[in-house]
Design a protein around this ligand. Structure first.
Ligand code: ZN
Length: 432
């Protein structure tokens, strides 16, 4: 499969790139969508969660679709030692990629507890797991040990993956190494240089909160290279800047495609309650009894109805004109009644209409229902905001764009280099 990556515009802070893989292509920066987000969208439109009929709505226009597979150390070992595990993982990839054929489909092998290096045999099985469903456009290869200083283990893993692809007749599939931003900046840079030397033209990264030094290394090393950089697992909000959407700051560090994924800490993915459970509970248990304790997707226990009347006002909605997650009150103070969004959920609505339509069941506040609608809205609003970012990068006004956003202005000090100074200048000074 022919892959080509070409920088279209280089700005002082950020860039636009054209990525072509086979017959599919797209321009960056853009927001990728995860299988979890697509499941939420499908649930919303298929189950008439709202009173309106959304059955004919097009799924999110994102150009990259990411299937996230959680792996603990024990899962890595089981992949090569238990027959059924490979089949289960293959089935998960295949079932999550039945739709969305216009998108570039990739897999994110998310290593939850990397206490041990991934053995070569597991890399081989992870490669087989990705080619068997015949639906992915790229094969990702995780860094076997992000704590290791040298790139040799990573290069050996890529070699194993390539040999596996050749052996199974899938040598046309591109390989995308998946590095971890928890890697120390110097070790990360060594890996990037080795990958450049090896002719690699797509590299994925796992987001880590506050890893700005590693992000700056990525920007320093790759911003002028024709290499597609994908950033996965971005935490939407950080405790120090809870209303600033992290996804939208990442083009500043030359990340081309960006996705967000999170599940409650300590809860195994396979044992998670269905995302939809809180809504069912709100519906079936209007008295807020203790029988149906469920967890929201950030791990907090949702006690239906009892606390939601009080907390609905604290629920935030992504607004692209402010570039922030705002409560209803903040939205009104900052932006008035208008929603500034043309997605299928917001069209023709004002802020009160949104909360009333999507945040109530039978006249009672329903927090999980509101969150579901907010999250689906955010995929669309965030994706179209990235289209604007592409324009601002083309005319070299991306830093101005960030400064125009009220929420970014408030949090500039939390982002190194963004405070009116060039990112590259800032980091070359601090590393000198
Ligand atoms: Zn919207």
């Amino acid at each position: 499969m022919t892959t080509s990556v070409k920088i279209l515009h280089m700005a002082e802070n950020g860039r636009t790139v054209k990525v072509s893989i086979g017959k599919k292509d797209f321009t960056t920066p853009t927001r990728a969508v995860t299988h979890r987000e697509l499941e939420k969208f499908s649930y919303l439109v298929a189950n008439h969660v709202s009173r309106q009929d959304f059955a004919s709505v097009d799924s999110p226009p994102c150009e990259v679709q990411e299937t996230v597979l959680d792996f603990h150390d024990s899962d890595v070992a089981a992949l090569t030692s238990r027959n059924e595990v490979l089949g289960q993982r293959t089935y998960a990839i295949s079932s999550r990629n039945r739709n969305g054929n216009s998108r570039i489909k990739i897999c994110n092998i998310l290593l939850r507890s990397q206490n041990e290096a991934i053995p070569d045999r597991a890399i081989e099985f992870m490669t087989i797991m990705q080619i068997k469903p015949r639906c992915l456009d790229i094969v990702t290869v995780p860094d076997p040990n992000y704590r290791h200083a040298d790139p040799d283990m990573l290069l050996a893993a890529i070699d194993t993956a390539q040999k596996t692809l050749n052996g199974y007749g899938f040598d046309y599939l591109p390989i995308m190494p998946h590095l971890d931003l928890a890697t120390q900046p110097v070790a990360l840079q060594a890996r990037l240089r080795a990958l450049i030397d090896a002719g690699c033209n797509c590299i994925a990264f796992r987001y880590r909160p506050y890893a700005y030094a590693s992000m700056a290394k990525v920007a320093d090393t790759l911003s002028d290279k024709d290499i597609w950089t994908h950033l996965s697992d971005v935490q939407k909000k950080l405790p120090s800047s809870p209303i600033l959407p992290q996804i939208h700051i990442m083009p500043y560090f030359s990340f081309d495609t960006i996705s967000s994924y999170k599940y409650p800490p300590g809860v195994r993915a396979s044992r998670q309650p269905e995302e939809v459970l809180p809504i069912v509970a709100e519906r079936s248990d209007p008295g807020g009894g203790r029988g149906g304790i469920v967890r929201s997707d950030d791990g907090q226990v949702v006690t239906p109805i009892q606390d939601s009347r009080r907390t609905l006002e604290n629920e935030t909605r992504f607004d692209s004109s402010a570039l922030g997650f705002l409560t209803r009150r903040q939205h009104r103070q900052l932006l008035g009644e208008s929603l500034n969004c043309n997605c299928f959920l917001c069209r023709g609505m004002d802020i009160d209409g949104f909360y009333d339509e999507y945040g109530m069941i039978d006249g009672r506040p329903a927090r999980a229902k509101l969150r579901l609608h907010q999250e689906v809205h955010e995929i669309y609003a965030s994706h179209s905001e990235f289209k604007l970012v592409q324009e601002r990068l083309k005319d070299c006004s991306y830093t101005d764009y960030l400064w125009e956003k009220p929420v970014v202005q408030r949090y500039t000090t939390s982002i190194p280099g963004i405070n009116g100074q060039s990112r590259l200048d800032r980091f070359s000074q601090s590393s000198a």
